[in-house]
Design a protein around this ligand. Structure first.
Ligand SMILES: [Zn+2]
Length: 465
């Protein structure tokens, strides 16, 4: 059996791992690499022939795990894509959104249309809607905790890991020329007690573990709950100062958890009603998918539904559908909370809200997620006093705040606990992926100290296991 880490090696994005059992090739995840940008050249150069991959296993829908699947198909992959049912639905939504981003980028540069279908310049889309539809047709969905025979020698089980609706660790049991072996890929690992999502489940004992390491060496703040944190900032901004709060949030996952937390706050009377706008068409569609898979949300959300009704609806909440209504939200002068995407402020309707509010002393921008270097979100968080939005330089008078209570990744302690569920005498190696080098090193140091054998793989190097 051979393992090659082709992506998310010593970096966070672009997850792509190849597991070879004899001649049979399994690709685990096929994500977009943000560090290469989303250009055609940097993402379509696969280090293997896509036509030789027998099957793809997708851990979850996030674009850094799924976003290059249509390219894989476009370049010759002809097999099935195995994932959980919510992952199939959410991935379709995210890939279609990716196409929209490609198109907008192409139109902005004014070049789209010249070489349609040739994919040979930076401004052309990496893939089109038809490639997304081809991808969706390849999905074969498998429920959690149901062993699935990939072929006569390989069995796959998806174990829930929190993080996002449908997210799973992929656990393989393999008969490698008569020798029983096992390997688990964690995908991204979530946190305990996260709004809407179930806690990550314990993985079965395996010989090899390929673990994410995003928050290696970092710890989430402890003490205040999601609700306590939100009550504090909303009370100051929207009630005492009668201002407005803008929360940049990813439309899929983060927005639903935030809406449920706000629903609990307002329905329990912790705060007087404040108008809440969710201004993202994709968030509305994703919320529909969360409703569809209601049996997979956590017990708290299910109990809330039973006792108080839809956890994603409350009296003072409005889902803003069209652009005209979105513009009117910017002119809503009562205190309010605007939840909009994109989470890092790169594009999306939130650009309008920022444009009209960044110079408002009575506006608070509350970041609830990570903002990569180079994004507008990152510039605001580092304290830039002037930012460039919609072709204008604007002074920042709004208050900038950040909280990690809604981070969907487990921290150092959570990652350690996932590995420590395994018997160190039986676990042969832990391969660390999906983290910056320092994060991986911090996690490796702690694991080594506990007596686990760790590997920080280099991209493209194969390991016989
Ligand atoms: Zn993820």
């Amino acid at each position: 059996m051979k393992l090659t880490i082709h992506g998310a090696a010593r970096q966070v994005t672009g997850s792509m791992h190849l597991l070879e059992v004899g001649q049979y090739k399994i690709l685990i995840d096929c994500g977009l690499d943000y560090e290469k940008d989303r250009s055609v050249q940097s993402n379509e150069n696969f280090p293997f022939n896509p036509g030789e991959i027998d099957v793809v296993v997708l851990t979850h829908a996030h674009i850094d795990h799924s976003g290059n699947l249509p390219t894989l198909l476009r370049l010759g992959f002809n097999g099935q894509i195995l994932c959980t049912p919510p992952t199939a639905d959410l991935t379709e939504l995210l890939l279609l959104d990716s196409v929209s981003i490609f198109m907008r980028k192409a139109q902005t540069k004014g070049k789209y249309g010249k070489g349609r279908g040739k994919f040979n310049t930076n401004s052309q889309p990496l893939y089109l809607q038809k490639h997304v539809m081809d991808t969706v047709e390849r999905f074969v969905t498998i429920g959690f905790n149901r062993p699935f025979k990939v072929n006569g020698d390989i069995e796959l089980t998806f174990i829930p890991v929190g993080h996002l609706l449908g997210a799973a660790a992929a656990v393989f049991k393999v008969n490698d020329h008569g020798i029983e072996k096992s390997i688990a890929f964690t995908g991204d690992i979530g946190r305990k007690n996260y709004p809407v999502l179930n806690d990550p489940e314990v993985l079965p004992p395996v010989d090899y573990l390929v673990s994410e390491s995003t928050y290696g060496g970092r710890f989430h703040s402890k003490g205040k709950s999601v609700e306590e944190t939100l009550v504090e900032v909303i009370e100051k901004c929207c009630i005492k100062e009668q201002g407005r709060m803008i929360i940049p949030a990813f439309s899929i996952g983060r927005t639903q958890s935030l809406v449920f937390a706000l629903n609990k706050i307002f329905s329990s009377g912790l705060l007087p009603p404040v108008k809440v706008f969710v201004d993202s068409p994709m968030a509305s569609m994703a919320t529909g998918i969360f409703r569809k898979y209601h049996s997979l949300v956590n017990q708290e959300a299910q109990d809330f539904y039973k006792n108080s009704g839809d956890e994603f609806e409350f009296d003072n909440l409005t889902y803003v559908e069209n652009l005209k209504d979105s513009r009117q939200v910017s002119n809503y002068f009562e205190p309010c909370i605007i939840i909009s995407s994109a989470g890092m402020l790169e594009g999306g309707r939130i650009q309008d809200h920022l444009f009209y509010n960044i110079q408002n002393y009575y506006c608070t921008i509350l970041f609830i997620g990570y903002c990569a270097k180079g994004t507008l979100g990152h510039r605001l968080l580092r304290g830039d006093s002037i930012v460039h939005i919609k072709d204008r330089d604007l002074a920042v008078y709004a208050t900038i705040k950040q909280t990690d209570v809604l981070s969907a990744h487990g921290d150092h302690e959570d990652l350690m606990n996932t590995v420590k569920q395994q018997d160190k005498a039986l676990l042969k190696s832990v391969f660390l992926v999906h983290g910056e080098t320092e994060s991986m090193q911090a996690l490796a140091d702690s694991l080594d100290f506990e007596g686990y054998k760790t590997v920080i793989p280099e991209k493209g190097i194969s390991y016989e296991i």
